[in-house]
Design a binder for this molecule. Sequence first.
Ligand code: DER
Length: 233
Amino acid sequence: DLVQSAKKAAAYAAVDDHIKSGYIVGIGSGSTVVFAVDRLAERVRNENLKVKCIPTSFQARQLIIDNKLTLTDLDVDPVLDVCIDGADEVDSNMTLIKGGGGCLLQEKIVASNAKKLIIIADYTKDSQKLGDQYKKGIPIEVVPIAYVPISNKIKERFGGSLELRMAVKKAGPVVTDNGNFVLDWTNFNQDSDWEKVNSELLHIPGLVETGLFIKMASKAYFGLKDGSVKQKG
Ligand code: DER
């Protein structure tokens, strides 16, 4: 369908433009990066490319192993050449909402240690103002014991509403790869000073990380409905 082929086009273009032999590559999480790993594995086979990959989640680790790519980690390779990841939204300032897949903590850790963060997405993720497209809320990873007071504090200070993300195929809340919960923050003020809000959020005890990726992405590739690829940033 249109969205899947758009994801594939964006992923292939990004891998072809940014991956070189000898690179340490961060592998993001979600459905779009699956296409990027397919293309990376194809190039490794066809061009005898030498790359080592660092996962951003259990899912990404499985993708690397299943595609017979070389696994490494931040202990061995603390500086990455490039990180390729998806996003739930990319606004006109290249601010991202990430965490729709609940993997935002390791994604932000790995991305922050990469020389370049390249975002790949379909056209539904491209927006002007943060919150225009993605309506499920800004994901926030929290230590489970503190999710209620943290929810209250965010609501008091910044407004909007916080919802504990519940699992679908398991009773109870989603538990991240790091053993934490996810709050989804909706009805926030779209005209917020996101750098200011983000740094204030990160000072709330028990709040581990936000899905706001500010001034981190170098470029975003969007697959369009007509099969072409548009770049932003
Ligand atoms: O959870 C995440 O941050 C993912 O990267 C998500 O934002 C993108 O997932 P998708 O590629 O399945 O849309």
